[in-house]
Design a protein around this ligand. Structure first.
Ligand code: ADP
Length: 730
């Protein structure tokens, strides 16, 4: 993408989708909100009001657009863009502020909440930080941002930096910068030894479809009710037989039953290679001579429709810090609409992508695609405008929002253990390195009964703020997209504000070095850092990012069980930069934790190691490193827990074994984790658990199946399978 988005022209044959998948949303849970209290009384009216909005954010947006020479959403002419390209800018974006009673303000709204900022220790900011902030409060040097690797985020990033009056280095800089903005991954620039990078190592890998499915399934085994927001999934080709058998059984038990499945290639994005099937024989297992790695997933066949169209939500989530865990959610998001009226899947319509897939990159190619001329019409809208519509119909949108927040926190908790392993491998404790943060794009579908379902998480959500448009037959130009700009510039700007290395309003919270236990969490757990502008408060709007963790620590910390297993794993990895456990290290783990006894001889430990590692090496076909990875270790750990504490259910088995291991390893081991994570026996939040999916009991998971059938493994007691009911639709 060039710097001047209005200049680019391409011919029809060269049209390339912008790959937009990201879009925003914007609701704000109440202080007492999300899942924190199942009994929290929803707003009885769900009432939304609009009010004239001339607040800081809208003013700012208008200012930016004006500066860029474009017609701004307040009606001022945009220079440099053809009239047809900007005709839709007369949007209500600046005309109104959306409020949800009892939920704070969406979009431009001001809030009394305050927002906080934590400083991450890094070598190049350390010195500055040592100065007395009160001596130099006003004349500090501007924060420096290296934007040389920003790629398609560059336009939005430039606007954000300008608003903040920071300094950007778009060709890089010899001296260290405070912040490095990478367009793709942590490794975009390998030479960073200080400052902050907007990507975590391993995030791209962990959020690939197969790895995400595995991580969530592990959590489903431990907390089935809490993780029922992710459709049942099978990993191909390794679980083909199980998939085939299960579906056959469903069909045979109910001849009228014809469940639908969506098949997604592992490395795919933007809907590429996705197809629907109703019979396992229709799976395309091989491409050329290669077995195709893919996830086959239960298709949510009753999505919520608006204007008869299926849509999904793109929500921006900031992982501000991994240790201690800090998660922020953007109050505004995007919704992406299909371009053909939805019908439940049938053999006749399975291949109609404009009906079933919400990807922007696909639907923009449909003749029915409507480029948004405002936030509440067109094929891409703001989340708040959709919630507004729903609230007007009497939907309890506060509940929907709190369910979405819960989904986000739980999903992050699922991938965190693997991320910690990557982190210690890429930035081992002794090595100088940057600290990390990352904006993720969550794709969420609302079912007809309003339950949110996680579709996928994008490690690199599009931050483009312009889109291609056909301005004359066969001639395409990049034109500004006000909806994108409104959402994405806010997300980037406020991410930067939260990462401002000079803001010392709150105590520093160093990230893990070596994946050890969390340091003492100095972040106020009551979320009193919400909403307040960290810096330049007079000139900037309130933050559009809302802290949800550690704010809701109490409600979710009991889920952070696998992280404790990961801490053990990392402890025994030994070699710096390693991500796999060798057989000797595994034996050392068993010995140090005193796990061997007459029922578990060291010979059977070796067999367990070989058995599990061999199976996982097939599962991880592209893996070049030998040994036992974290997910295999988790499986081994579950197995050991099952042997040791036969009479307990899986979750209690795991907790008991963790307690045992940590006690053997002494007070340092996982002490902090234990303190903060020890509520693993807490009952899952009941109440709204709904089985979404297939109308048959959930079968034993493939991993559990392997554990149970392993020659060296005795089956452990499994958690009670969740009952699957047909959807209860509104
Ligand atoms: P990609 O990364 O290729 O966009 P996604 O997992 O986001 O893959 O799926 C693409 C689209 O397919 C989604 O935007 C959504 O519209 C639809 N989709 C994906 N999974 C499901 C599902 N389980 N049920 C219903 N629709 C789905």
């Amino acid at each position: 993408m060039g710097d001047h988005c209005g200049d680019v022209k391409v011919q029809l044959g060269q049209m390339k989708s912008l790959g937009e998948d990201a879009e925003k949303e914007g609701v704000d849970p109440e202080e007492e909100m999300p899942v924190s209290s199942p009994s929290a009384s929803p707003d009885p009216t769900g009432r939304i009001t609009t009010a004239p909005g001339t607040d800081a954010l809208s003013t700012n947006i208008c200012k930016q657009k004006g500066k860029r020479g474009s017609k701004n959403p307040c009606g001022k002419p945009l220079q440099g863009f053809p009239a047809h390209a900007v005709k839709n800018f007369n949007s209500p974006i600046c005309d109104q502020t959306l409020h949800i009673k009892g939920m704070g303000t969406i979009l431009q709204g001001k809030t009394a909440e305050s927002n906080g900022n934590y400083v991450h220790e890094s070598s190049n900011t350390q010195e500055t930080r040592c100065e007395d902030e009160f001596k130099l409060p006003r004349k500090r040097r501007p924060v420096t941002v290296d934007t040389s690797k920003a790629k398609t985020s560059l336009e939005a990033l430039k606007l954000s930096i300008k608003e903040l009056q920071w300094k950007q280095f778009h060709t890089g800089r010899r001296a260290a910068c405070d912040i490095y903005w990478h367009g793709v991954s942590f490794h975009d620039n390998e030479n960073i030894v200080s400052g902050q990078v907007n990507k975590f190592p391993g995030m791209v890998e962990m959020l690939r479809k197969i790895n995400l499915s595995r991580a969530v399934r592990t959590m489903q085994e431990l907390f089935p009710e809490e993780y029922d927001f992710y459709p049942r999934s099978w990993i191909l080709p390794e679980e083909y037989q199980q998939f085939f058998t299960e579906i056959r059984m469903v069909k045979e038990s109910d001849g009228t039953e014809s469940p639908t499945f969506i098949v997604k290639p592992d490395g795919g994005s933007q809907g590429d290679g996705i197809y629907l099937i109703q019979d396992p024989v229709d799976l395309k297992l091989v491409v050329g001579t290669q077995a195709k790695q893919a996830v086959v997933q239960e298709y949510i066949h009753k999505p919520l429709l608006i204007d008869k169209l299926k849509f999904d939500i793109r929500l921006y989530v900031l992982i501000k810090s991994m240790q201690p865990l800090e998660i922020y959610i953007a109050k505004e998001g995007l919704t992406r609409f299909c371009t053909e009226p939805y019908q439940e899947p049938s053999q006749k319509n399975l291949s109609r992508v404009f009906m079933h897939l919400t990807n922007y990159s696909l639907n923009v190619q449909s003749g029915n695609y409507v480029h948004s001329d405002s936030q509440n019409t067109g094929s891409k809208r703001t989340l708040s405008s959709v919630l507004y519509r729903l609230a007007a119909k009497g939907v309890d949108i506060k509940r929907v929002w709190s369910d979405i927040i819960a989904l986000v926190i739980k999903s992050v908790i699922a991938v965190l253990p693997d991320l910690k392993v990557h982190y210690q491998a890429d930035i081992p404790p002794a090595k100088p390195g940057p600290t990390c943060f990352q904006i993720l794009g969550f794709d969420i579908l609302l079912m007809k009964n309003l339950k949110p379902v996680l579709l996928e998480v994008n490690s690199n959500p599009s931050m483009r703020i312009e889109h291609e448009q056909e301005v004359a037959p066969g001639v395409f130009e990049y034109v500004p997209s006000p909806v994108d700009e409104q959402v994405k510039v806010g997300v980037i700007r406020d991410t930067l504000r939260l990462m401002d290395p000079f803001n010392k309003k709150l105590t520093a919270t160093p990230q893990p070095r070596g994946g050890g236990s969390d340091p003492v969490e100095v972040i106020p757990a009551d979320g009193d850092s919400q909403g307040r502008s960290p810096d330049n408060a007079d000139n900037l709007p309130p933050l559009c990012l809302k802290q949800v963790y550690p704010k809701y620590t109490k409600q979710f910390n009991h889920l952070r069980l696998v992280e404790r297993i990961a801490a053990l794993f990392i402890r025994f990895l030994g070699v710096k930069g390693n991500m796999r456990l060798g057989p000797t290290a595994f034996r050392t783990f068993i010995r140090t934790c005193k796990l061997s006894n007459s029922n578990l001889t060291m010979a059977s430990v070796d067999i367990l190691y070989i058995d599990i590692t061999r199976r996982w090496s097939f599962a991880l076909a592209d893996s070049r490193e030998a040994g036992m990875g974290l997910q295999a270790f988790v499986e081994a750990f579950f197995n050991l827990a099952g042997r040791r504490f036969k009479s307990l259910a899986l979750r209690e088995q795991v907790v008991s074994l963790l307690d045992l291991c940590e006690s053997q390893l002494g007070p340092q081991s996982g002490a902090e984790d234990r303190r903060s994570l020890s509520c693993s026996r807490a009952l899952p939040r009941g109440g709204r658990t709904q089985a979404l999916y297939l109308p048959h009991p959930r079968p034993i998971s493939p991993a559990a199946h392997r554990r149970a059938t392993s020659q060296d493994c005795r089956p452990h007691q499994r958690p009670k399978p969740r009952t699957l009911r047909a959807n209860v639709e509104n």
